[in-house]
Design a protein around this ligand. Structure first.
Ligand SMILES: Cc1cc2nc3c(=O)[nH]c(=O)nc-3n(C[C@H](O)[C@H](O)[C@H](O)COP(=O)(O)O)c2cc1C
Length: 182
């Protein structure tokens, strides 16, 4: 019988969760989420990122207005984590931040929590203001700091199953076999 790695089993089940129960995220889970973020790999080990954990309901509600579409669900999350980085510390802060964000989402799933990414970089709050400017003002984030995204986290209040194997876009993968180029 072939062995399926626990991470693969987790990937088969993970989905974006946007509806949450009102239950708070217990402190011991928050500590593990923080550890996951701080263990995320970064280019040249520069760790240009920093993370803002928000439990305050009023602030989460304000953060949920960062975009016209796709951020409203954050108002119902028990926890919001804003993924920031100092762009002066690394030219690949976007990659480093994205790796931290998905590491956080996988750790959340592993801890029995649901989560969903809210894109902030390159998105608009309204006609005049970017989502980044809106959030930087709200959270009092300094000038050289950038915001890639925020992750809404909480106990799931929706049923979602992973895609069946047959629906995976297998055509996206090209395989060059040993000695096939001769
Ligand atoms: C870079 C990125 C940006 C995303 N931005 C948003 C967003 O702003 N709002 C949202 O509700 N979901 C967002 N998502 C979640 C995607 O919509 C979701 O991952 C995708 O539809 C696949 O669904 P699944 O995660 O359930 O497999 C984002 C995901 C990624 C990777």
């Amino acid at each position: 019988m072939s062995h399926t790695a626990p991470l693969i089993q987790m990937l088969r089940n993970r989905r974006s969760i946007r509806q949450f129960t009102p239950q708070e995220v217990p402190q011991e889970k928050i500590i593990q989420l923080q550890e996951a973020l701080l263990r995320a790999p970064t280019s040249r080990g520069k760790q240009p990122w920093n993370f803002i954990f928000v439990e305050d309901r009023e602030l989460l509600e304000k953060m949920s207005r960062a975009k016209t579409h796709g951020s409203a669900f954050v108002a119902g999350a028990a926890l919001g984590v804003v993924i920031c980085a100092d762009e002066e510390l690394s030219d690949v802060w976007i990659e480093d931040s994205a790796i931290a964000a998905i590491t956080l989402q996988y750790a959340a799933h592993d801890l029995g929590l649901g989560s969903c990414w809210v894109q902030i970089r390159n998105r608009l709050h309204d006609d005049k203001t970017s989502s980044e400017t809106f959030l930087k003002k709200l959270l009092e984030i300094n000038d050289s700091s950038r915001i890639l995204c925020m992750i809404g986290i909480g106990f799931s209040n929706e049923e979602k199953s992973g895609l069946p194997q047959t629906q995976l876009p297998a055509g996206k993968i090209k395989f060059i076999y040993k000695n096939s180029l001769k």
